[in-house]
Write a protein that binds this ligand. Structure first.
Ligand code: GSH
Length: 200
């Protein structure tokens, strides 16, 4: 069985969601960020970490893509044009969307108080809005970014959207809001949300 190290408040949420999508049982080790005991596994002291057998995998995107490849679900095959397009959306989710929310979060609570620059958040909102416009065009009338099938980048974008709304940002009405609602209606997302509430 997999062990997922991290708490539901962190990016461990997205890994738990992925495991639930795949129907893979796992146990949760609720070690929080910056716990010194993480050092042996991840010198950055960051979570999530996935323990698979005797191995530890760090970085949520690497973990999620690994799980998709390993279980042959929610991904195009490596080495195909479809996978290149899928990875492009994954990179978009991380660079254009997650970064804006994460920088804003860092300057709200994650950084030591004396290092926070509250005005940075205005620039983050500007970049987030630009990313949402781009997503709207790239998504067009497809249910998921790759078409009919839910894949890795949809999960990442759905998680970032949860973070964004959690800090009061607006998902634009129209195809993007409908897309996010579709992703958040997935049973595996709802199950993960319930587990997060139960763990709080
Ligand atoms: N790229 C990494 C980022 C991991 C990360 O920053 N995790 C946060 C929690 S969501 C953390 O552990 N932060 C501790 C820190 O920044 O010192 C991933 O996707 O897993």
């Amino acid at each position: 069985m997999y062990t997922l190290i991290g708490t539901y408040k962190t990016r461990a949420f997205r890994v738990a969601w992925m495991l639930n999508e795949l129907g893979q049982p796992f146990e949760m080790d609720p070690t929080g960020p910056r716990d010194p005991k993480l050092f042996e596994i991840n010198p950055s002291l960051k979570v999530p970490v996935l323990k698979d057998g005797d191995d530890y995998i760090i970085d949520s995107v690497a973990i999620i893509q690994y799980l998709a490849d390993k279980h042959g679900q929610l991904t195009a095959k490596a080495g195909t044009i479809q996978r290149a397009h899928q990875d492009s959306f994954t990179q978009f989710a991380v660079d254009d969307v997650e970064l804006t929310v994460w920088v804003a979060a860092k300057h709200s609570f994650a950084l030591p108080a004396e290092l926070r620059v509250p005005d940075v958040k205005r620039a983050c909102v500007f970049d987030f809005d630009r990313a949402m416009k781009s997503l709207s065009v790239r998504l067009a009338d497809r249910p998921y970014v790759m078409g009919e099938n839910f894949t890795v980048p949809d999960l990442l974008l759905g998680h970032c959207a949860m973070w964004a709304t959690g800090i009061g940002w607006t998902i634009p009405a129209g195809n993007v809001a409908e897309y996010v609602a579709r992703i958040h209606a997935r049973p595996a997302f709802q199950a993960t949300l319930s587990a997060r509430k139960a763990a709080a």
